[in-house]
Design a protein around this ligand. Structure first.
Ligand code: SF4
Ligand code: ZN
Length: 470
């Protein structure tokens, strides 16, 4: 969403409006007092873009270029999405792709670059159709002699040239890297549920998105707009609704992980690699024995040692003790909660089968004194796992499905098991989730709750309500 605002503001600026006037378009959709206003980031991004491209003397052309292929009565359209420019004599075209954070060419596939290059070389100017299902409205235009595809990072004005060559070279690149990628896309049959499901037209009928009522323990009117949410989103919302909203707009996050979170991620990574290839339960011999395990990671010495000790305590509670069974590491799940009108996104640390029943395991690292609150309250992911398994949404032997919490500490490991069919557990899980989810579901304003949490908020740089550091 925020990328669209940036594009619109840039359009206005390139057609002569002053920055402040161009930014005023954001006043319509956002109140300046709620705190969930992306204006500060949009202004920053526009400035980064203009600085990064100041040395490129090209004229704005159209929002899109479009290349079409007609095969019997099927029309296939390849179109660009980025900022499209050409030189005044039409001999040079440039497509500028935008990233909200840093430019990073390793995150673009060869196929993407090939398609971008060929559309820039052979596409015609086109405007959006009235209905998305209609063909684009295409106009004729002069084709260029030189083509450039650039990537701009809007956080820091970083810039990469992804392609620079003649139309013939763009065509060669498409033949080598692009055609197969497009064919795979057209013939694609895989289903990969995730954060994009909300935008999908067939989400409510998709076999990869199981549905059930009451997963979040809340009710909403059936006509309420559908939303997507994860347990992490609800935690962010609890700390500050504006933070949740700004993060949901995908504004760049700065200093997101504290030292405890960085250590937890590093320990997870080691276990993930170990389990990906393991044929038997982890043993002490499989665990790292010196500080080299954390080479290149942003961990201090004490945390490197704590991580070593935590890993040494994993073999006692390794899930593979039940035998080598079907196992999925950090799988992406999406569930449709019909009473909350919400697509729930979940990524357990691990799920595996024990005698045909799915086990949902979360792995936590801790150096603190054990929390005395009920585990479903301390770790709401477990509450969601409880309602999901109680509804039988992972399949298998649903009656014996269970949840496990593995807590790794420097001096010991604990394994807690939870039966999702135990009525007390299920009621507690729904209550925990309801407390989290109902305020989020009812909210349409996302008012900032500035205070102590601003100090560690990863979007505070963009937040108009951020509390001053003490
Ligand atoms: S800086 Fe503070 S008020 Fe702003 S989003 Fe973050 S936590 Fe909320
Ligand atoms: Zn293991």
């Amino acid at each position: 969403m925020v990328l669209k605002y940036i594009m619109d503001v840039l359009d206005r600026i390139e057609f002569g409006q002053p920055l402040e006037q161009a930014l005023s378009m954001l006043n319509k959709g956002f109140s300046s007092t709620t705190g969930a206003n992306p204006r500060s980031y949009v202004a920053h991004a526009v400035d980064s873009y203009l600085t990064a491209t100041a040395d490129r003397s090209l004229m704005l052309l159209e929002r899109r270029w479009l290349a079409t292929q007609h095969k019997s009565d099927i029309v296939r359209e390849l179109c660009s999405w980025g900022r499209c420019y050409q030189s005044t004599d039409g001999s040079h075209r440039e497509l500028r792709l935008l990233r909200l954070g840093h430019a990073d060419k390793t995150r673009r596939t060869h196929g993407e670059v090939a398609v971008a290059a060929v559309v820039t070389a052979f596409g015609h100017p086109a405007s959006n159709p009235e209905r998305w299902s209609n063909a684009f409205e295409r106009s004729e235009g002069q084709l260029p002699e030189r083509v450039t595809v650039l990537e701009i990072g809007l956080l820091d004005g970083s810039r990469n040239i992804l392609f620079d060559g003649t139309p013939d070279q763009a065509q060669d690149k498409y033949t080598t890297d692009g055609r197969d990628a497009v064919t795979a896309l057209l013939n694609g049959s895989g289903i990969r549920p995730g954060r994009d499901c909300l935008k999908c037209q067939i989400k409510v009928a998709c076999p990869a998105v199981p549905r059930a009522a009451n997963l979040l323990g809340i009710q909403t009117p059936p006509r309420a707009p559908m939303r997507k949410v994860s347990i992490s989103d609800l935690r962010y919302y609890e700390r500050c609704p504006a933070r949740y909203r700004l993060q949901a707009m995908l504004l760049p996050r700065l200093n997101e992980y504290d030292r405890y979170a960085r250590l937890g991620k590093a320990v997870h990574k080691v276990l993930e690699q170990q389990h990906a290839t393991a044929a038997e339960p982890c043993s002490l011999a499989d665990m790292p024995t010196d500080d080299g395990w954390a080479a290149g990671l942003d961990l201090d010495e004490a945390d490197v040692h704590a991580g070593l000790a935590m890993l040494a305590n994993h073999p006692m509670v390794c899930p593979l003790h039940v035998g080598v069974a079907p196992m999925r590491i950090e799988p992406n799940y999406v569930f449709y909660d019909t009473s909350a009108q919400a697509m729930i996104i979940a990524k357990p640390d691990l799920v595996y089968q024990d005698a045909g029943a799915w086990v949902w395991r979360e792995i936590k690292t801790s150096q603190r004194v054990a929390d005395t609150r009920p585990v479903l309250e301390v770790y709401p992911q477990l509450a969601l796992a409880t309602t999901v398994l109680a509804a039988g949404l992972l399949g298998g032997d649903t009656h014996n499905a269970r949840i496990e919490l593995e807590v790794l500490r420097p001096d010991r490991s604990d394994l807690v098991q939870i039966d999702p069919h135990e009525p007390e557990n299920l009621a507690q899980a729904r209550e925990v989730l309801r407390k989290f989810a109902q305020p989020w579901r009812d909210d349409t304003v996302f008012q900032a709750r500035s205070g102590k949490s601003c100090r560690t908020c990863p979007v505070r740089r963009w937040c108009p309500s951020a509390a001053d550091p003490e």
